[in-house]
Design a protein around this ligand. Structure first.
Ligand SMILES: [Zn+2]
Ligand SMILES: [Zn+2]
Ligand SMILES: [Zn+2]
Length: 497
């Protein structure tokens, strides 16, 4: 059952009691309800519902107050982090007050209710941080959790990690970057731990191994030093019928500290027979099953983080996405730098220092009226991911990818690489379907530098314009994507330079 009803505070409550693909359903657009109330008394079923319907990852429920049945209080584990209250009466005073507090606070801080679907770890982190700000939770405190990936986890982050919302490596980069930017502050050091270098999990087994053969079947015994004759050898060489007797001078040993002592332990490998003082410590990761030397482990500080007041403002700002996402990609550069780079490469090409072709891909999104939409961080991020070895930049609603198709052999055959560039651009715009809103269309065209030294300015000028005849376009709302020209290597649409 799923319905929308007005509460006594004139807020529209979405009531539901079973799992429902709310974000995908056309019947309940996000503007029709202000509050979510899950009326199911089973812990497991409610958790399942919350996996899809929650105020963080659900596009339609974003930042909205959410309540579950009273009987579940104290039983929801980390899910408690995304529940605003437990109640059976959705018109009780407590519930009404909690709803007004959240909605009014979100309005006050200007937290926009509408968000795009989440397509990356960083987008998720921003969304979750915004949610925490909306609930006035500014302290991120790691807790020890035996079942959690890194041992210490911030419960609300871990809840979504288990649902596949992000990668651990992205998590650490995000935290560090937020601290560097002053948006988070490490308010208290908790512990330094060592993580698996491959998967970043913390559940490692420490194993002593033979330094010669690497096996761990090892016997350990004490070494005895007989003062009288200075013999030093393992304890078993002193054992004679229950007595300790020196194997060298044959005297019976009397009192430890008086005539002998045990200065060390010695290890013997059962596999290869090697004897050694220091075994080698190896770690076996229980998660990825990799074996590593102890000195290969990744040291990681866990801190209690606090979202700073500057952080609250920046994170809520709609522009945060742009600065955050682009910072994570080494291949993103400012447009001025991108332009000078293109000019430099063009000059290099015409002076003969580069054999090959200089290409620039341009991607843009058109709205229902055929006008370009403003830059969308998720698209830049996607392009950065699809072209990790190319420079990516943006300017005036266009996302750029630069490419030099080298031709070392100088036989004039770069066609295949150019086709690959086009194919990848076509794949990229299709992968961007999640970034697009209804009625929008994403297009690309690519330019190839031709001519000579004097045409560089024209080429650069041409970069500013979108083409009326894109090389390829894609609109997820159309059954038959508008394939204008998918004929790779057909150069007639190219600007003549
Ligand atoms: Zn002796
Ligand atoms: Zn051995
Ligand atoms: Zn591992």
């Amino acid at each position: 059952m799923i319905t929308i009803q007005n509460n006594d505070g004139d807020r529209r409550v979405l009531l539901l009691d079973s799992p429902f693909a709310l974000d995908e359903s056309p019947d309940f657009p996000e503007y029709l309800f202000d509050v979510i109330f899950i009326t199911n008394n089973s812990v497991e079923e409610t958790k399942t519902i919350l996996n899809g319907i929650n105020p963080v990852t659900s596009t339609k429920c974003c930042y909205k107050p959410l309540f579950v049945a009273k009987s579940l209080k104290g039983k929801m584990g980390n899910y408690d982090e995304i529940i605003d209250g437990y109640a059976d009466d959705w018109n009780s005073m407590d519930v009404l007050t909690a709803i007004e507090n959240i909605i009014n606070y979100n309005t006050l801080i200007g937290l926009a209710a509408t968000e795009d679907p989440i397509i990356s770890s960083y987008q998720f982190f921003i969304r979750l941080t915004r949610y925490l700000i909306s609930r006035k939770k500014s302290i991120l405190e790691p807790r020890l959790d035996v079942s959690a990936s890194t041992g210490y986890v911030i419960p609300v982050f871990d809840l979504f990690y288990r649902l596949g919302a992000y990668e651990l490596s992205d998590y650490f980069v995000f935290m560090q970057s937020m601290v560097e930017k002053g948006l988070f502050r490490a308010s208290k050091f908790v512990n330094k731990v060592y993580l698996c270098p491959k998967c970043l999990h913390s559940h490692l087994l420490y194993i002593h191994t033979c330094p010669k053969c690497g096996q761990s079947s090892i016997q350990t015994e004490e070494v005895i030093h007989h003062f009288r004759c200075a013999n030093v050898s393992p304890e078993h060489t002193y054992n004679f019928g229950g007595q300790l007797r020196c194997p060298k001078c044959h005297k019976v040993l009397q009192h430890i500290g008086m005539d002998y002592d045990r200065p060390a332990v010695i290890h013997t490998c059962n596999t290869c027979g090697n004897t050694f003082i220091e075994p080698q410590t190896k770690t076996l990761c229980t998660s990825c099953k990799g074996t590593f030397d102890a000195n290969e482990l990744i040291p990681q500080d866990f801190n209690i983080y606090e979202i700073t007041s500057e952080g609250k403002q920046s994170i809520i700002s709609p522009n945060i996405g742009f600065t955050i996402y682009t910072e994570f990609y080494d291949n993103y550069i400012e447009y001025n730098r991108f332009l000078s780079r293109i000019r430099l490469l063009a000059e290099q090409k015409f002076s003969g220092n580069i054999q090959g072709d200089l290409l620039v891909g341009k991607i843009w999104i058109l709205d229902g009226e055929g006008l370009t939409t403003s830059i969308r961080p998720e698209l830049i991020e996607l392009v950065c991911q699809y072209f990790p070895n190319n420079k990516v930049s943006v300017s005036n609603n266009i996302t750029y990818v630069g490419s030099v198709v080298r031709n070392y052999k100088n036989v004039g055959d770069t066609e295949e690489d150019i086709i690959n560039f086009q194919v990848l651009l076509s794949e990229t715009i299709r992968a961007a379907a999640g970034v697009l809103r209804a009625e929008e269309k994403i297009c690309y065209t690519y330019m190839k530098l031709q001519g000579n030294q004097s045409t560089i300015d024209d080429f650069v000028k041409e970069m500013e314009f979108i083409s009326q005849n894109p090389d390829d376009s894609y609109s997820p709302s159309l059954d038959n994507p508008d394939v204008v020209s998918q004929k790779p290597a057909s150069l007639q649409d190219e600007p003549e330079i």
